[in-house]
Design a protein around this ligand. Sequence first.
Ligand SMILES: Cc1ncc(C[n+]2csc(CCOP(=O)(O)OP(=O)(O)O)c2C)c(N)n1
Ligand SMILES: [Mg+2]
Length: 556
Amino acid sequence: MQIPVSQLLVRFLEQLGVQCIFGIPGSHILPVYDGLYDSPIRTVLAKHEQSAAFMAGGHARITGGIGACITTAGPGATNLVTGIASAYADQLPVIAITGEAPTHIFGKGGLQESSGEGGSVDQVALFAGITRYHKLVERTDYLASVLNQAAGYLLSGTPGPVVLSFPFNLQKELVDESILEQVAFTRRSGEPAIPGPYIDQSLALIRASKRPLIVAGYGCIRAHAQAHLHAISARLHIPVTSSLKGKGAIDERSALALGSLGVTSGGYALRYLEQEADLVLILGASFNERTSYVWDRNLLPGKKIIQVDNNLQQLQKVFRADLALQADLGAYLRALEAAILNQHVPPKQPVDVAAFITAAQADIDRAGERIFSARFEHVQVFYRWLEQQFPDGLVMFDDNIVFAQNFYRVTSQDRFFPNTGISSLGHAIPAAIGAACATRKPLFAMIGDGGFHMCAMELMTAVNYGFPLNAVLFNNGTMGLIRKNQHQHYHDRFIDCDFANPDFAKLAQSFGVRHVRIETARDLQGLAGKLDFYKGINLIEILIDQDAYPNYSARR
Ligand SMILES: Cc1ncc(C[n+]2csc(CCOP(=O)(O)OP(=O)(O)O)c2C)c(N)n1
Ligand SMILES: [Mg+2]
């Protein structure tokens, strides 16, 4: 049967498993919107296309499936850029459908034309560096091939964003619906078995080590390998630290958890790595600037290293490994655990991680390296309170990072999504909204006031759809991180960091959302009774002194 391209596209999205699509309409994309009218895919109207892309990314993260967004041509497409770049940096399967001016006016100066012809904005060039695949589809005869390639990138084990742009006239052209039969919608076959010699080599390195340490990254979470990781750690007495993104790969409240590694972390894991570890298993972690302490040259030499990652590009990117293996972390850890059991690999000397942390803390205090002074006590108490309130887990999208990294111990029930990738401000609230239509767990978006200014209106998107959301807003009246750097490195010559804030209580009232303000730890008393964290939309404002700085240096 012949159907319009717009309808075929909607069916394509349905067959990809898309549940929600986030965006803003414009006349150049209305045929596709009209196709969505009769579709089970839920449409969510965002306030800004950047947010729509962040929402799609948040949705992809929480579901493990595909996130989708939709915009018009010209400004709709250009507004997507940061959100798509963020999905690219975080390897998220996000598809964006954008409109385009009709082909017969290409190059003639059409309204919002972004074909690249006649001096117009060039969508193809714009998205070239931030997508795995982008196509301005000008004809339908190769549509099957385009959709098949798009599905391939979205469904691959190392996915990334795809942008498909459709000129207005093309959306209305009729095509045969059998085109979809040429698209392979099931790509992920069973993970290939790990060749035996790699497991043997891993075991040889583990057997020879006195004090191994596991550095777990997001790859372990993405592969759902937490149970195997925990089993190996518990059986062989191997402590586990994680990258920031890998928080939760092991229950951070369990006995062998060392907390996370990285410039902004508490420093326990760093000390264990430096002082104790003779073998480091880097599992699905990229060892980026943050995790590697700005690629500290003294961190790894003299230690044996096993690195496993499903992404070839990550292997030995910044250090040499004694064993480097491209593999799915689930498959690797499953095989390793089985071999450890079968071959009766002896456990290491038990490690008293709690005692190590206590000693490390004393050492940190002596060296004056504690990151947070007493001026952050109420923040710490807030995170401890969060830990206690939600035993069945919560979902946290985190733009702040420094607080949660130090104060919140992620469990295997939780889902923790720090704003890594390109670390764009204004991410947490829209990303959490993207997750809201796919989770019943209490949802938290942690965000600074500077970041809040960039996406505050998206709170109204939550209101619009009744999406439960807890936005935790850190009010210090400044771009705190920038102020800290200007304090540390520029002799307090503060420029363009401080700003005026609105009255957030009134703002919340006018948005129709609940508001509480936390100034001291005492304000937490009775908080649980004041707000409905599961179904309500809440703005939780935490006041922080403008000149209270976390004591770490990112060295720039
Ligand atoms: C889109 C974007 N612009 C600029 C930056 C640089 N930047 C990083 S942190 C920061 C300040 C954040 O201020 P705020 O959200 O209030 O958080 P605070 O540091 O005060 O906790 C800025 C401007 C960025 N990360 N993203
Ligand atoms: Mg701030």
